[in-house]
Design a protein around this ligand. Structure first.
Ligand code: PAF
Length: 288
């Protein structure tokens, strides 16, 4: 039985110095797991918490809307923030520690994202369309890893490129940590759970289901078509839906995230989509 059951009241820290010294005091012989978030929590985040609980004594969640990963200021401004509700959810779900910093606890004034080499994992998809995004993500994730020094960190597979990049940089930076990817949680309609879904209207939510339907179609038809044929058919599906703007649809190798011309073995391929519905940008993927 893990000691998390003994620590019933969630502790909240806004200062990294206090968080660090608290962790130093309690961590001996304990497994500390970390779930970084930007808040606006949903079932997807809770599935990470649930999974973390199975193998940890202490669970640290962070809520921080990281400015350096937004290349579009209006996207940063619009990003949903529901801190009070998030705190209640984490308390109810028995998270051990919440780190809820102001930007000044993590960044110097005017500090920019550090520049990383992601070994080509950022060449396509999010890395291509959102210049600097992954440098911002890696900058904050490295900072958080160094503050918390967790044994494990949990990330959703919905952000597949982010997950692979974080695995990669953790190795590059020689941070002793296990990065665990958790399958995407979906609504009954198949729509991937995302904080951004809160910005969609009812009609938008219905239209957004095209993303997962298309991904599923690709997975189910990968024996019937070549990669190119399947990509064409899948892209075509978006041209019939009004208000859904396809930004990219790529079929890539899971390991390197490079577009492929022939399918690899089972579970080594991924289809990835980014699309905007009434200017709300959603991403999703399927591994097959
Ligand atoms: O996936 C997210 O919510 C963010 O990119 C992360 C990992 C918390 C870094 O800000």
């Amino acid at each position: 039985m893990f000691a998390i059951l003994l620590i019933s009241q969630m502790k909240t820290f806004t200062l990294k110095s206090e968080l660090k010294s608290y962790l130093n005091g309690i961590r001996k012989d304990k497994i500390v797991s970390f779930i970084p978030t930007m808040g606006s929590l949903h079932e997807g985040h809770l599935s990470l918490l649930q999974k973390a609980k199975e193998s940890s004594d202490v669970i640290v969640c962070s809520i921080f809307v990281n400015p350096t990963q937004f290349n579009n200021p209006s996207d940063l401004e619009k990003y949903p923030r529901t801190t009070e509700i998030d705190i209640n959810i984490l308390t109810e779900k028995k998270c051990t520690i919440l780190y809820l910093p102001e930007a000044s606890d993590l960044y110097q004034e005017n500090e920019q994202a550090k520049q990383f080499d992601f070994g080509g994992l950022d060449n396509f998809m999010e890395g291509e369309g959102r210049k600097g995004h992954f440098n911002g993500v890696a900058t904050i994730v490295e900072k958080l890893f160094r503050i918390i020094s967790p044994e494990k960190a949990f990330f959703g597979e919905k952000d597949l490129q982010q997950l692979q990049i974080i695995k990669y940089i953790s190795k590059q930076l020689q941070i002793p940590i296990e990065i665990i990817g958790i399958p995407t949680k979906r609504e009954e309609s198949g729509l991937a759970m995302s904080s951004r879904n809160k910005l969609l209207s009812e009609t938008g939510i219905q239209k957004a289901t095209l993303i997962y339907q298309t991904l599923k179609y690709i997975k189910e038809n990968s024996d019937n078509f070549t990669v190119d044929q399947l990509k064409k058919i899948a892209i075509e599906k978006f041209s019939h839906q009004t208000d859904v703007n396809l930004e990219y649809l790529e079929i890539v190798s899971l390991e390197k995230l490079q577009p492929i011309s022939e399918f690899k073995d089972a579970n080594e391929n991924a289809a990835c989509i980014a699309a905007s519905i009434s200017s709300v940008r959603l991403i999703d993927n399927i591994i097959f």
